[in-house]
Each structure stands twice: as C-alpha cells, then as structure tokens.
Design a protein around this ligand. Structure first.
Ligand SMILES: [Fe+2]
Length: 622
C-alpha cells in the first residue's frame, strides 16, 4: 500500500491531500479547522484529519510532496526587488523574516509539522505543475489540453500544455510580472475589495455595469496578442515595488483614487468590474483557442485561481473550440496539494492512469464527516432540543419547510474540498421566492446584497431551466437561464440601472438568476451526494421545481463550517430558520433555549446582587 501526502502552505489557502494507491482518500483546507479564512500556516488540522481518514500516521507515509519550489520563488522575489531597487525595499523588508524563518526552510517546517514521524524525502514541483496536475489527473479525460492561470507561482503566471494517460507536459508559460490573476486583483483592489479573497465579488458586480473601460485596459494596460499572451505596462501597477496593486498613473487613467472599502458602490465600480471581466473573458478565450491549435485536443482541463472565474470558464465552454471543459473545483492554491500528490503518484512514480467516467474527484466530498451518534452526542452536550427523523421523512419534511419560505442550514456527510458548498455544508432556500436573495444576503449571511446565489438543480432537469445540457457538479460554470424560464421585462424595468436592477424579477427562479439572466449552476446527479439529491427530488415532487438555492454555510468573513459545533454556532448567530444535521432537525426552539439559558444565568447573577432580574417587559416573546 502506498500513501502519498500533498501539502500546500505558507502563502495562502494551506491544504493537505492524501492518496492511497493513487486514489484520493481525503483532502481539506486548513482554514476550516483553524477557523482563519485563507489560513497560510502549516496545515496541522487538515493533516491530522487526512491521516485519521486513512487510518495511518506520519510514519506510514511513503512520499510527501510540496506544491511549489520555495527557492525559485525567493529568486523571483529578490530579482524583482533588484529590478526596482531601491523602491521595493519596504515590501522586501517585510517579506524577508518570514522567508528566512519558514519559506526557505520548508523541509524543516514540514518535518516539524509532521511531528518528526516522516522519514522519507520531500518532492517539490513547480507551482503551475501542481495546478496542471490537479486539473488533468482527476478529470474524466484520457487526454486533454491543459490551461493554468493564477496570480503567480515561482515565475509562471499561466501555463499551457497537454496531458496524456499518466503524463503531463507543460510547453508554454507566461511569466511574472505579466499576470491575468494579478491584473484582476489590481481591479479588485481599485474597486475597494480585498485582494486574493474578494475577486469573486468583482465578478458578481460585473453584470451591473457596462464595459466602458475595456478600451483603456486593452490600449494602455495590456499588449494582448492573438494567442492570449500579453505584456503589461508596469508603470500602471505597483505590486512589484510597493505594498499596493495600482500606481498613481492607473488612478489617473481611470479617473480617481481607489474606492474606500467603506464607501458606497457606484456605477463606476460596476463599470470597472464589467470591463475587467470582459478583458478576462477575452484573454481566456484566446488562450483556449491557442492551446487547442497547439495540441489538437478536443478536451480542456483548467486550474489555477483564475479558473474559479466561472463567468469566463462558462464562456470558454460555450464559445471556445473544445467539446468539453473540466475545471478543478479547488482551483486555488489549496488544490495544489491535491495536484502535487497526484503528480508524485503518476508523473514521478510512473503509475498508470485510467480516466474515470464522471471524474476521479468524488464530487469533491473529500473532507471530514460526522456520524449521527457524534452529532447526537454534541447536541445532547449543549442541551439543544432536536427531532430525529428517518431518511425519507427527513427530506420530505425539509422540502416542506423550504417550500414554506424557510432558510435551512444543511449539514450532511463529508465536507467539500474547494471554495464551494455542494450540498454538504450548505444553506438552502426556495429559488422561486423573489424576496429570498436579499433576505439570505442581509439576514443570514450578512453580506453585500448584490451578490448572486447559485442554484442546485436535478441533473436530468437542468436543460429545462438552464442553457446547459451536461453535468456541472462543481459550480464551475456560469450559464444562461433558459428562455422558457425568463420573464419578459417591461420598458420601465429595462430602464432600471445599477444595483436597483436586483429588484426586477427576471425568471421563474429569481433568487438564483443574476441581473444578466445567468446562473452559476450545480447539477446534482445519481452518484456523489444521494441525500442532497433526495432532498431536491422531494422538493420537486412537492413544488414541480427541481431547483434550490445552494449557498455556503458560513457568515461573511468566516470559513465554511466544518464540524457540528461550527454549524450550531452559525445557526445561533444568524436568522437561519432551521438546522438539519445528519438525521436531526433543530428549529427556533433551539435558539430560544440558548437565549433562555443566558437569561437564567443573568437572573441568577442579578438575584445574587439583590436585584429584580429580567422579568416583565424583557420576557422573550417569540
Ligand atoms: Fe496558484
């Protein structure tokens, strides 16, 4: 038996993946355990979980692979400094201590992290090789073109090549500082959002705007070629030498300083978002056409952080030259851990590979799970009142609550690997309800009202609701809502601009229809997640609608919940109506029980002080 660990760490989105004889046993991102979003530290929690899932210890591991080459990365950092010296001194001064302490001593840090149990050697791959491996090896393709796009690894910011059988070969690359990921992040920064974290908010904002800045982007910022490669005019950017993304010249070109993160969003930010999104679509389409011509392949596998831009991947699927496209669901650096482990197994150890029908990603349900006995023990330990239901009863009951307009916290089975909740750590709602998007945004997730929710749909019903006719189990493509579901808009409705467009009901499933009539779909088929599928079937039987809102089970700024404790705490803090964990259902009485417990404690304290307590007008009223 061969056990292989892949690790990504020390930049952002640390993660661990574990293979047993080439098969993925477990993969998880550290933030879910440490509860620190994008945690970049050594992934102790994820490692402990993966070893436990395989029933082994560090001593049993045959190979450990690290997802990038720290020395090459440091070389890039130092050379960039020299090229701009002395201007980059401040950012270098800030970076060097961490490099000396950890990043240049990765084997030592890994030894320590593995508790000294691992006796073997460490394998290192290029950052983009890890991304490429995570794209191709789990894909359903025997052979495929490969495209990776992100901010930056060592020097590469994009690469393309081909995968055949168990071998991948990257043949072309784009090098730092020219980077589609960093270009997108520059606009993320400029529109007042958090870099390396909130790029998807820019993508969500884009449909509210007009791409009126596309021309200056293509004329001034980029020299874009037919093959999708480009050079950036670095005088508009500041990320090589400074602590910000954009320069004064950039601000002048686009007519002002970056938006203060606390300031209101205006039409200008929406137009900027629309413009950078249009540029990204164009670059991805050109890259796609080029890699198809170079390789002659009919299939494409994508990874790297820009691969999470599901608007661009959706367009590449529909308008590009490929018959099929597969996007690694953990396309960010967390997925590098999985890619690295697969790279060791196939590329280094020469183990053959047979593409699997569907794919080898197992629905990306690769994280921890909790048995009913464990969930019950937890609920009893906190004194939460609950009902226990059999499997068929459970789905019928939850479907009824959803149809009645409730928001449900849905905690089942193994946690997802990748940034999307796919029906195991999800908050669910009725997609037909026109009020549901703003209600869930404001009251449940405490996030910006403009952000769209995604639909989960029964796979066999997908084409009735969306312009898409194949499995899309990972929410990696934005597709059009079908004409049959769209509602014609009145002349007045068409005149509405900006965020007010959110108020216009565009389809029979308004809560998941974006203002441009699109949706980021998850199709739910037979295999990966039977209980979630059964819930969708129960909802369909009851309402004739096979679609539910599926959003991640977390509140703004926090990682998705991992354990029953996390889910319960999130339930108590939000306006979620009901929490369903395994076979157990908790309603608002559970929240009242907690409130009552707090009140009783307060009353005892106040009683000890000889005070009246919290009776009368303070009594809980719902
Ligand atoms: Fe990356």
């Amino acid at each position: 038996m061969s056990l292989i660990l892949g690790i990504s760490a020390f930049y952002h989105d640390s993660a661990v993946a574990l293979l047993r004889d080439g098969e993925i046993v477990a993969a998880a991102q550290e933030e879910r355990f440490s509860r620190r979003k994008h945690d970049e530290g050594f992934p102790h929690g994820a490692l402990e979980y993966c070893l436990k899932a395989a029933g082994c210890s560090g001593r049993d591991i045959e190979y450990v692979g690290f997802y990038e080459k720290p020395l090459a990365k440091f070389d890039r950092l130092f050379r960039t400094y020299l090229a701009f010296a002395p201007r980059g001194y401040e950012s270098l001064r800030k970076a060097v201590p961490q490099w000396l302490e950890t990043k240049l001593r990765v084997p030592r840090a890994l030894d320590r992290g593995l508790g000294g149990a691992y006796r073997g050697r460490y394998a290192f791959a290029d950052h983009h090789e890890s991304h490429a491996a995570s794209a191709f090896y789990p894909s359903p393709f025997d052979e495929a073109a490969i495209l990776t796009l992100d901010g930056v690894g060592e020097w590469s910011t994009a690469s393309l090549g081909v995968g055949r059988g168990h071998k991948i070969e990257l043949t072309h690359e784009l090098r730092f500082p020219h980077s589609l990921g960093l270009l997108y992040s520059a606009f993320t920064y400029y529109t007042g959002f958090k870099v390396n974290s909130a790029e998807y908010k820019v993508m969500g904002l884009a449909p509210y705007g007009e791409p009126r800045f596309l021309k200056p982007i293509l004329e001034h910022l980029l020299d874009l070629r037919d093959d999708g490669s480009f050079r950036m005019d670095m005088s508009y950017f500041n990320y090589c030498q400074g602590l910000t993304m954009t320069s004064e010249k950039f601000h002048q070109l686009f007519g002002g300083p970056p938006r203060d993160p606390e300031a209101a969003l205006t039409q200008r930010e929406m137009d900027l978002a629309a413009s950078i999104q249009a540029a990204t679509d164009e670059i991805m389409l050109r890259c796609g056409r080029h890699v198809q011509q170079k390789t002659g392949m009919r299939k494409l596998a994508i990874s790297g952080g820009v691969g999470l831009n599901c608007v661009s991947t959706g367009r590449l699927l529909r308008e590009g030259p490929f018959d099929d496209v597969w996007v690694q669901p953990a396309s960010g650096d967390a997925g590098g851990a999985l890619g690295m482990a697969l790279l060791v197994w196939h590329q280094l150890l020469e183990n053959p590979r047979e593409a699997q029908a569907g794919d080898a990603q197992q629905g990306s349900l690769l994280g921890p799970e909790f048995s009913d006995a464990e969930i019950r023990a937890f609920l009893d330990s906190v004194g939460a009142p609950y009902r226990s239901l059999s499997a068929p009863e459970l789905c019928d009951a939850v479907a009824k609550h959803l149809a009645a307009g409730e928001v449900i916290g849905w905690f089942q089975g193994r946690m997802e690997f990748g940034p999307r909740a796919l029906g195991c750590r999800s908050i669910l709602g009725d997609a037909r309800d026109p009020e549901m998007q703003s209600r869930m945004n404001r009251k449940t997730k405490y996030r910006e009202g403009f952000r769209p929710f995604a639909p989960a749909v029964l796979e066999e019903r997908c084409a009735e609701y969306f312009g898409h006719d194949r499995p899309s189990p990972y929410m990696t493509f934005v597709v059009p809502v079908s004409d049959a579901q769209l509602r014609p808009l009145s002349a007045d409705e068409r005149k509405i601009a900006g965020l007010d467009r959110l108020q216009v009901q565009r389809s029979s499933i308004p809560a998941v229809t974006h203002v441009d009539g699109s949706a980021r779909i998850q199709t739910v088929g037979e295999n990966a997640n039977p209980r979630f599928r059964e819930l969708l079937r129960a909802f369909h039987r009851l309402t004739a609608c096979p679609v539910l809102i599926n959003t991640s089970f977390n509140v703004r700024g926090e990682p998705i919940v991992c354990t029953p404790q996390d889910a319960y705490a999130c339930f108590l803090r939000t306006d979620i109506d009901r929490l369903v964990m395994g076979s157990f259902v908790l309603d608002r009485r559970a929240k009242r029980a907690v409130e009552l417990g707090v009140r009783q404690t307060l009353e005892q304290d106040w009683g000890a002080l000889g005070l009246e307590g919290l009776r009368g007008p303070h009594a809980l009223d719902d």
